[in-house]
Design a binder for this molecule. Sequence first.
Ligand code: AMP
Ligand code: FE
Ligand code: FE
Ligand code: ZN
Length: 300
Amino acid sequence: MIDLHTHSTASDGLLRPAEVVRQAASSGLSVIALTDHDTTSGLVDAAEALPAGLTLLPGAEISCGVRVGPDHWVSLHLLAYLFDATEPDFAAVRARLRSERVTRAQRMVEKLAADGHPVHWERVRAQADGVVGRPHVAEALVSAGLVDTVADAFTPAWIGAGGRYWVGKDEPDALEAIRLVRNAGGVSVLAHAYARKRGETINPGMITALARAGLGGLEVDHPDHTPDARAELRRLAADLDLIVTGASDFHGPSKPQRLGAETTSEQAYDALVAAGQGAHPVTGQVKTPPIGEPDILGKN
Ligand code: AMP
Ligand code: FE
Ligand code: FE
Ligand code: ZN
């Protein structure tokens, strides 16, 4: 089983990277990609904790978007795999996105406070171990008793896309994001393109433009995709010769989808690995004592 989209405490997941890979192994996965929002900071810990036989595909989920009108921007998430994390242009954009996330979360908190809601930036910041996101603001809304659940916070009355206290981020254009991933040796897959419950989505014409710009694949099997959305995307991927992936978008126990809830075929995985040249997948090894060291029985 191959699951190519997961989150840890490096962004808005609830489990530490080492725990994510341990759970991946116990869930029966053979390959897991860790794709935290706008960061690669969890990858080292994940790689070090890899159980024997489990493969880690290094990745990140990049915030970007497309302009669909003079005053109209649709946010997108681009899964990037196997890029060189030290390539400076792409690294700079990820760093800018992380600082933008802080500013934007602070502005959401200010808007809430201006309306008298008891939400404090220090509390939101403390919720986040790594990259801050709307789920951390949502948690603060739950803690303050303003909403019952995190999902209730993602509505027009609160911080759902375009909602009363929602603030957008300054994101790169998706065409630029695709170019950055490619120049860093990576391969990109458009995440949950038709997750319509999350807000406005793009149309087939726009996906065609992304494909022409070097998009590598489409995430077709995603928990937020209806059967119709999957069928449409699968057809589009076939027409555009894009790799089809499936993944859980696991965030830990905060969300219902388990690791391996949606999966990618081995053939699609091989195609991604062939397309990504900036880094390598890492496989956990059986731990053996270093040669020349006294063994546990102390024969030396
Ligand atoms: P951000 O990238 O900071 O705008 O936050 C987006 C993240 O919020 C997504 O990656 C999900 O983890 C989470 N999210 C988006 N929509 C919902 C929703 N309707 N319910 C719960 N979590 C959501
Ligand atoms: Fe997330
Ligand atoms: Fe996403
Ligand atoms: Zn995600």
